[in-house]
Ligand binder design. Structure first.
Ligand SMILES: [Zn+2]
Length: 194
């Protein structure tokens, strides 16, 4: 399996893996050196090429991106059965009738994905909560702990918010991005104490 397909699989449920197998090689055919970012956004599959070279431009990838997105709206992201885009609370997901009646936690367990979607849920929970009431520093710290732990697993240290010029919200988002995209948090934040 191409390393980029392997990487992309970490970002979406298994139901969409055949789409990755189909569309990522098409993109790599246009430019074997580009990097492909994969995620679920608003219930659809997003594939975006980065660092495009070899005389190609964004425009060349447009058709493939749109095709992938359109097809993802017809395939249950969890199990791969025919599905459609649905509203799921404040979430949009493309699901089949069967997966649509499971609750979110059950689905995550079934999809056997401890990765991106769960982290994104965690982040949106933290941000939602912060909006409702000012969270105490201690609670904030304990809520971001799973993200810190992942960052440490990958890069060997727990990032400290005081080393960056950012708000707590920006810190959470950057921390999640760094874990999801597997790049150190410093890539996403400006260093220097507040
Ligand atoms: Zn399903």
């Amino acid at each position: 399996m191409h390393p980029q397909v392997k990487q992309a699989r970490k970002a979406v449920y298994k139901g969409w893996w055949p789409l990755l197998d189909k569309y990522i090689p098409m993109m790599l055919e246009l430019d074997p050196d580009c990097e492909i970012m994969c995620k679920e956004k608003f219930g659809l599959l997003r594939l975006r090429p980065y660092n495009i070279r070899n005389g190609r431009s964004w425009m060349d990838f447009n058709n493939i991106q749109e095709e992938a997105e359109k097809e993802s709206a017809t395939i249950c992201e969890v199990c791969g059965a025919p599905g459609r885009l649905r509203m799921d609370g404040c979430w949009r997901s493309t699901l089949c009738d069967h997966c649509a009646v499971m609750d979110r936690t059950e689905r995550i367990r079934m999809a056997d994905s401890d990765s991106v979607q769960e982290l994104e849920t965690l982040v949106s929970d933290i941000l939602c909560l912060r909006k409702g009431y000012p969270m105490k520093k201690q609670e904030f710290n304990s809520r971001i702990q799973p993200l810190c732990r992942k960052h440490k697993e990958m890069f060997g240290y727990i990032p400290d918010i005081h080393n960056y010029v950012c708000t707590p919200e920006e810190f959470v988002v950057a921390l999640a991005r760094s874990v999801i995209e597997q790049r150190e948090i410093g890539v996403f934040l400006k260093e220097g104490s507040k």
